[in-house]
Write a protein that binds this ligand. Structure first.
Ligand code: DX5
Ligand code: ZN
Length: 233
C-alpha cells in the first residue's frame, strides 16, 4: 500500500513541479494531436501562448482556439497573454475555457483591474514580467494572483536560450510568496530543458513551461516529458 502523503499520481512526490508543455512549438495544423500527446505523456497543464503582433513580434491564437482546445483535452489550459490592452480580452479568454489567464505587467494599463476581471470571469488570474522588468513592479499584485510567471526568455518565440538571471527572480518570488503564506503557483517559462529544469525547480518553481523541449524532441512527447520529470525528481 502506498503512503497517502507520498504519490500524487504516477508515483510523483507531492511537491514535484508541474509540467506545462507549450503548444507554441507544436504543429499548429495538428493541435488536437499535440494536446492529446501531452496528456497521454503525463503533462499537468497545457500552456497556450497568445501573441498579438504588437506586444511581441509574432501572432498566434484567438479565443476560439482556446475554446476548441478546451474541448480537446481535460488538462488545465494555462493561457499566457502576450498582448497589448489585455483588459479588453481577458473575459473572452476566460469564457473560452482558460483555467489560468496571465497578463504582462508591462502591457496592462491597470493590472489590478485586469486580475480582478479574470477572477470575475471565472478563471484564475496570473501576472508576469519580461526578463528586463524589475521584480518590484510585480510585488504589489502578488496577493491578487493565483499564478506568478517568471519569463526566462524574451517573449515572442520558442527555442531561445534560458536567461540565468531569471533564477534570482524565482528565488525572490518563492521567498515573497512563502512569507505571505501564498499558495499561488510560481511558473517559469522559456528555455527550460532537462539540463536546467532541476535548477529551476530547486529555485522554487511549482510549474515549468517547456515548448521546444517537449514538441521538438526527436524522441517524441512522452520521452521528452519523462526526461523533464526525471530532471526535477
Ligand atoms: C515565449 C513563450 C514560451 C515558449 C517557450 O514567448 O512564452 O511559452 O513557448 O518555448 P521554449 O520552451 O522553447 O523556450
Ligand atoms: Zn508562454
Amino acid at each position: 500500500m502506498m503512503p497517502a502523503e507520498m504519490p500524487r499520481d504516477k508515483g510523483r512526490p507531492a511537491d514535484a513541479p508541474k509540467l506545462a508543455p507549450s503548444i507554441l512549438s507544436a504543429d499548429f495544423a495538428r493541435l488536437a494531436d499535440a494536446v492529446a500527446a501531452a496528456e497521454a505523456g503525463g503533462a499537468d497543464w497545457i500552456h497556450v501562448d497568445v501573441m498579438d503582433g504588437h506586444f511581441v513580434p509574432n501572432l498566434t491564437f484567438g479565443p476560439k482556439m482556446v475554446a476548441d482546445l478546451r474541448a480537446a483535452t481535460r488538462l488545465p489550459l494555462d493561457v499566457h497573454l502576450m498582448i497589448e490592452r489585455p483588459e479588453d480580452w481577458v473575459a473572452r479568454y476566460a469564457d473560452a475555457g482558460a483555467t489560468y489567464v496571465t497578463v504582462h505587467i508591462e502591457a496592462a494599463r491597470d493590472a489590478a483591474a485586469a486580475l480582478e476581471a479574470i477572477r470575475a470571469a471565472g478563471a484564475r488570474p496570473g501576472i508576469t514580467l519580461n526578463p528586463e522588468t524589475e521584480l518590484a513592479r510585480l510585488v504589489p499584485y502578488l496577493d491578487r494572483a493565483d499564478l506568478v510567471l517568471v519569463m526566462s526568455v524574451h517573449p515572442g518565440l520558442g527555442g531561445q536560450a534560458f536567461i540565468p538571471a531569471a533564477l534570482d527572480k524565482v528565488r525572490a518570488l518563492r521567498a515573497a510568496l512563502d512569507a505571505r503564506g501564498s499558495r499561488a503557483e510560481l511558473e517559469v517559462d522559456g528555455g527550460i530543458k532537462p539540463q536546467n529544469a532541476g535548477q529551476v525547480a530547486r529555485a522554487g518553481a511549482s510549474v515549468l513551461v517547456a515548448g521546444s523541449a517537449v514538441y521538438l524532441d526527436p524522441d517524441g512527447v512522452t520521452a521528452a516529458l519523462a526526461k523533464l520529470r526525471t530532471a526535477v525528481a
